[in-house]
Ligand binder design. Structure first.
Ligand code: NDP
Length: 243
């Protein structure tokens, strides 16, 4: 039987690598994106060129109406397709010292990185619970584990997502639905292209930034039966920067 997975923010970076990896693992992948259709189409091409399959689904994860309309419609139109894996990956940064941070940058980061978890997961959760078949992986961050100056908004969103991961895991373990998180350190994507790699890598024990594929491996593990006794856990993929 076909297995279905939804990856939010699948058009670029870590989300793209996760889409490609889950397709290799045998999932039909729903590739969500916000605005970058060309990049999303590219993700789908890579999936198909590797012999996998999937489709695009555009919605803004931080907008409940958009989530309910687009993802809700997809679910109504595909009642036979059980989304058994959800990867909450879409995220943004709006870095600034808190004293200078506009309200808009606080709100947009909390909406996109945290509220999105509630909107998207809630829609899929009921079916996972009824079918007793579901794995949820939230992409959090090193910042949410240890804090980071200039990222009060981002660290708050990811720290809260870690707490939500642990709490939801406790709520639904009996229903055989697992919830875990992956906490990347510095991973080479558009999100951190402005950061000074040569300088920063000196403080990383493995002495380099990570790749999107290295994060996707951890996500794939948590989405698979190989991690069947792991829930409420945070796996760091950070080159030894923090544990
Ligand atoms: P990128 O900026 O490279 O890609 C972000 C992705 O999220 C894009 O696909 C983008 O879609 C999508 N996205 C952004 N906002 C929304 C939205 N409102 N609705 C739907 N999709 C959206 O980010 P990364 O790959 O670097 O980051 C992925 C995740 O990993 C994030 O949660 C981030 O916080 C986390 N992370 C990243 C680290 C890193 O070093 N890169 C470190 C720690 C955590 P579109 O193309 O349409 O804009």
């Amino acid at each position: 039987m076909k297995k279905y997975a939804l990856v939010t923010g699948g058009s670029r970076g870590i989300g793209k690598a996760v889409c490609v990896k889950l397709a290799e693992d045998g999932y039909y992948v729903i590739v969500n994106y916000k605005s970058n259709k060309t990049e999303a189409e590219n993700t789908l091409s890579v999936i198909k060129n590797n012999g996998g399959n999937g489709e695009l689904l555009k919605f803004d994860v931080g907008n409940p109406d958009d989530v309910n309309q687009n993802l809700g419609n997809w679910m109504e139109q595909n009642p036979d397709k059980h989304l058994e894996v959800l990867i909450n990956n879409a995220g943004i940064i709006r870095d600034n010292l808190m004293v200078f941070m506009p309200d808009e940058d606080w709100n947009s980061v909390i909406s996109t990185n945290l509220h999105s978890f509630f909107y998207v997961t809630k829609l899929l959760l009921q079916n996972m619970l009824i079918k007793k078949n579901g794995r949820i992986v939230n992409i959090v961050s090193l910042s949410g584990q240890k804090g980071q100056p200039g990222q009060v908004n981002y660290a708050a969103s990811k720290g809260a997502l870690i707490a939500a991961t642990k709490s939801l895991a406790m709520e639904i373990g009996k229903k055989k639905v697992r919830v875990n998180a992956v906490a990347p350190g510095f991973i080479k994507t558009d999100m951190i292209e402005h950061m000074p790699e040569e300088e920063l890598k000196k403080i990383i024990p493995l002495n380099r930034f990570g790749t999107v594929e290295e994060v996707a491996e951890a996500v794939s593990f948590l989405a698979s039966e190989k991690s069947s006794y792991i829930t409420g856990e945070v796996i760091s993929v950070n080159g030894g920067l923090y544990s």
